[in-house]
Design a protein around this ligand. Structure first.
Ligand code: ZN
Length: 155
């Protein structure tokens, strides 16, 4: 049975697989072509939108991590004095410099910060601490030991 088709512009009955309407002369696009190309164009556009959004999210995360770590790297610079629970200075000090060196009680070493942790290499021994800023205080917690050292900033 032959499928009955009509011109979408003037409603004229179309016979066979014609490309143009015999009455109004408009181009007749087969339904299969419309569905095919139209669908593909839509899918491609949607894919690019998704890729665009993902790239944007990735950029935001990268910038966020950069700003977060960069802020900490700046914040730790300077001289910190260790204080005990009553706020009295213990005499221990840490001075962090921009070039990655640290003075630990006057002894020079190096330090590295990453993901909330800081490695301090001094006296040929490396120690890893979790660090946290709280107001003008720097709290270092040594890994594996339930021991917090609290430092107060002294420029
Ligand atoms: Zn027509």
């Amino acid at each position: 049975m032959e499928e009955k088709k009509f011109c979408p512009y003037c409603g004229e009955k179309l016979v066979g697989d014609v490309r143009f309407c015999g009455k109004c002369g408009k181009r007749i696009t087969p339904l299969s072509e419309i569905a095919g190309t139209g669908g593909n164009v839509k899918n491609t556009k949607a894919s690019w939108k998704i890729i665009g959004v993902l790239v944007l999210i990735a950029c935001c995360i990268a910038v966020g991590i950069f700003l977060y770590t960069h802020t900490d790297n700046k914040r730790i610079l300077g001289r910190w004095m260790q204080v005990d629970e009553s706020g009295e200075e213990t005499g221990n000090s840490l001075s962090f410099n921009e070039d990655g060196t640290v003075l630990s009680n006057g002894m020079e070493g190096k330090y590295e910060m990453y993901n909330g942790e800081i490695d301090i290499y001094s006296w040929t021994e490396a120690q890893t601490f979790e660090y946290e800023f709280s107001g003008n205080r720097l709290i270092l917690t040594q890994e594996g030991i339930d021991n917090q050292s609290v430092f107060v900033k002294r420029e």
